[in-house]
Write a protein of this length. Structure first.
Length: 424
């Protein structure tokens, strides 16, 4: 590959970077695309966060300890050298300060935008928080080994698209210590019966719960959520794990069904192993900007209330060159999505279809005249069978018991974000 081709590849991989800067970095890395990628992806790890680093004890420590800041890499590019030699004031010393990130807002008309820093990710995706280097190293390694030893238990999911039976590319597992967990009745099968949490995953769960509650508290101070949303005392009742054995294995854009996790859920998703791109796009309109960002090993992505309602997310396939392999898992990426069961749905009888008496699936409509309404749809329609069973959801409580559904639209529960209008 000649320099031009290498540069073009880098421009494709890092579209938000200045071409001149990329060329400089390429030259500084002796023409090695691999080194440039490593360097730029590492700048993502410079993401600062005040996460408490605790020892590997079952109970995460309560008091916060300052994170050891990674020293920024000092790199003088030819452009800087030239500017310095020309007598221009050059006071940038770190790679991250060299990289100019464009100011991006929701009116940006570009189709795909790659985000590399915590600040950029959270500014563009206000329902998302990313916490790098989440678990203490020894626990991360224990979790990695535990997942590797259980990887044969992860199974492909089967589902229907337009009446055709499809098999998922990634493999999944449910961890729960409660036999009754049926994370999604559509997928319920022998293969997806819950497995008990391993000790490592229980330790990890405690860290996740502590972090989610901190983040949720701060989020709820700024965003007024309806009373049916879970805004405190978040705990993870079960965990949906995913296993992507190689870079071809992927998960298409989707939003998670709300049937078990309820409206405005929080989902905390830990990456273990190879770095893959996490992708998010507004559900509507379908040609909205696609945001990509790397999810490095041991990073925690928290999808806060509103993210399932407004966005789709997924993990696209990648060309070989695009991700960072891991020492232990090699090409494979694991992902642990810790979720909380929505108690009001547990305490009541399940919502059944009036036509075929099967379970119903909860979703929120994100377009059309009924935008924002939560609705129950017959699960048969997700199993390749035609059933138009439909009810509006009603999350109001009477004598502490949730109504769950209604046939009257005037009683139905509707949630709209500030960015949605009734004409959408
Ligand atoms: O692998 C990931 O990061 C995403 C997993 C996911 O979206 C899901 O399991 O619903
Ligand atoms: Fe998902």
């Amino acid at each position: 590959m000649d320099t031009e081709e290498r540069l073009n590849l880098l421009i494709e991989l890092f579209p938000t970077y200045d071409k001149e800067i990329l060329l400089d970095i390429l030259v500084s890395c002796a023409g090695s695309v691999k080194k440039v990628k490593k360097l730029l992806l590492e700048s993502c790890v410079e993401i600062k966060d005040s996460i408490a680093k605790s020892e590997n004890k079952l109970e995460p420590k309560i008091e916060k300890q300052p994170i050891k800041e990674k020293k920024p890499k000092i790199l003088e590019t030819n452009t800087l050298k030239r500017k310095r030699e020309e007598g221009q004031v050059v006071n940038q010393t770190s790679l991250s300060s060299l990289l100019k990130f464009p100011k991006i807002n929701s009116t940006d008309t570009r189709k795909t935008i790659t985000l590399y820093t915590k600040e950029d990710i959270e500014r563009n995706l206000p329902f998302v928080r990313i916490i790098p280097n989440f678990l203490p190293n020894d626990l991360k390694e224990q979790v990695t080994n535990s997942l590797m030893s259980q990887r044969m238990l992860f199974k492909a999911k089967q589902f229907y698209i337009a009446g055709n039976l499809c098999t998922s590319s990634q493999k999944s597992i449910i961890y729960s210590n409660d036999d009754k967990t049926d994370y999604d009745p559509v997928y319920k099968s022998e293969d997806l019966r819950p497995h008990p949490f391993t000790n490592e995953l229980i330790k990890c769960k405690l860290y996740v719960e502590k972090k989610v509650n901190e983040v949720l508290e701060e989020y709820c101070q700024k965003n007024k959520l309806p009373e049916y949303a879970i805004t405190k005392n978040w705990k993870s009742d079960f965990c949906l794990g995913n296993y992507y054995p190689d870079n071809k294995s992927h998960l298409d854009l989707h939003s998670d069904k709300l049937t078990n996790i309820g409206p405005l859920p929080t989902i905390a998703s830990l990456t273990i192993g190879a770095t893959r791109i996490f992708r998010m796009r507004r559900s509507y309109p379908a040609d909205s900007v696609i945001f990509n960002f790397p999810a490095p090993n041991n990073s925690l992505i928290i999808m806060l209330p509103g993210s399932q309602e407004l966005f789709k997310h997924g993990v696209p396939t990648l060309k070989d060159s695009l991700y960072e392999r891991d020492k232990i898992t090699k090409d494979a990426r694991f992902n642990l999505t810790y979720r909380m069961q929505y108690a009001p749905f547990d305490e009541n009888d399940k919502v059944l279809c009036d036509i075929c008496k099967k379970r119903m699936i909860l979703r929120r409509l994100f377009k059309g005249p009924d935008i924002g309404y939560y609705v129950w749809m017959c699960m048969s329609s997700f199993k390749g069978q035609e059933c138009k069973g439909f009810k509006y959801a009603d999350f109001r409580k009477v004598n502490d018991k949730m109504n769950l559904f209604t046939t009257e639209k005037s009683e139905a529960t509707r949630w709209l974000s500030e960015s949605e209008t009734l004409n959408d």
